[in-house]
Design a protein around this ligand. Structure first.
Ligand SMILES: C[S@@+](CC[C@H](N)C(=O)[O-])C[C@H]1O[C@@H](n2cnc3c(N)ncnc32)[C@H](O)[C@@H]1O
Length: 241
């Protein structure tokens, strides 16, 4: 991939515009209860590699209104849950869904259910400014987030910093390359995704991790074959320096 195809840092205004889009998107899909989280679960083999292991401190970054960690918590032992997303306060609110024009129905988001059920600690800070002490997190989930952020490198550095040595990182990410740009130029300019990443850019940041599971799905196996040449699936352990 040519260097100018990978975009790892957005202009601040561009990121804010993407977040504005994200707000509208969340509101329109909130009652569906899922944003491809079941699809990711399936691709990660139901997270079976983590089954019945103990992770005292669990963090999902860019957790969205539905979260991916909701499928992991029932199969692991954990003590504390942390949820991070710049829009989390909005996501926690109970939404009203109108039906038959006149009637309204209360709808509680998955993230709100997790906060209530597990007394989760939430933060609106950006992933670039993760407000956790170094070496404190045992399991960190980051799925479908890294092409939405402001600064990819800073996000990766922050996630590595807060993880304990031996801690587990889960990354799920759509990948982009030159072929995508010519197949689907409109996806390149789409408001929601200011960052464009290929597999080498991500793998470079994961050099210190020992993979437990690593796959790149083909274009055809991905969520959106026209826009993404592949999908990055990674579960790995933070190793010694
Ligand atoms: C497509 S949604 C995915 C949400 C969730 N990970 C999921 O799979 O359902 C992307 C999320 O990333 C969040 N996000 C965008 N920029 C971020 C940043 N700099 N730090 C942390 N999260 C960010 C957005 O607010 C949004 O909730």
């Amino acid at each position: 991939m040519k260097k100018d195809i990978v975009i790892t840092k957005a202009i601040e205004d561009r990121w804010r515009e993407a977040q504005q889009f994200e707000k509208g998107f969340a509101k329109s899909t909130i009652s569906s209860g899922d944003d491809w989280n079941r699809w990711w679960k399936d691709k990660f083999d139901d997270y079976n590699i983590l089954r019945w292991r103990t992770f005292p401190n669990v963090l999902e970054t860019g957790c969205g209104p539905h979260t991916n960690v909701r499928f992991i918590l029932p199969i692991i032992h954990f003590k504390n849950l942390y949820l991070e997303d710049p829009l989390i306060e909005l996501y926690i609110k109970t939404y009203e869904k109108r039906f038959l024009r006149f009637f309204k129905k209360e709808h509680e988001t998955n993230v709100s259910k997790l906060v209530r059920r597990y007394n989760a600690v939430v933060t609106e800070k950006k992933l670039e400014d993760l407000p956790f002490q170094s070496g404190t997190i045992d399991l960190l989930v980051c799925i479908n987030v890294l092409d939405h952020v402001f600064d990819f490198h800073r996000c990766m550095d922050q996630m590595c910093r807060v993880l304990k040595r031996g801690g587990i990182l889960i990354i799920g990410q759509d990948l982009s390359n030159e072929e995508d740009k010519s197949l689907c130029p409109e996806s390149w300019d789409d408001i929601g995704h200011p960052i464009k990443l290929d597999e080498n850019t991500i793998s470079d940041k994961l050099r210190l991790f020992k993979p437990w599971m690593f796959k790149i799905l083909s274009r055809e196996e991905g969520r959106n074959p026209t826009s993404h040449y592949g999908t990055y699936l990674f579960i790995g352990e933070k190793a010694e320096k």
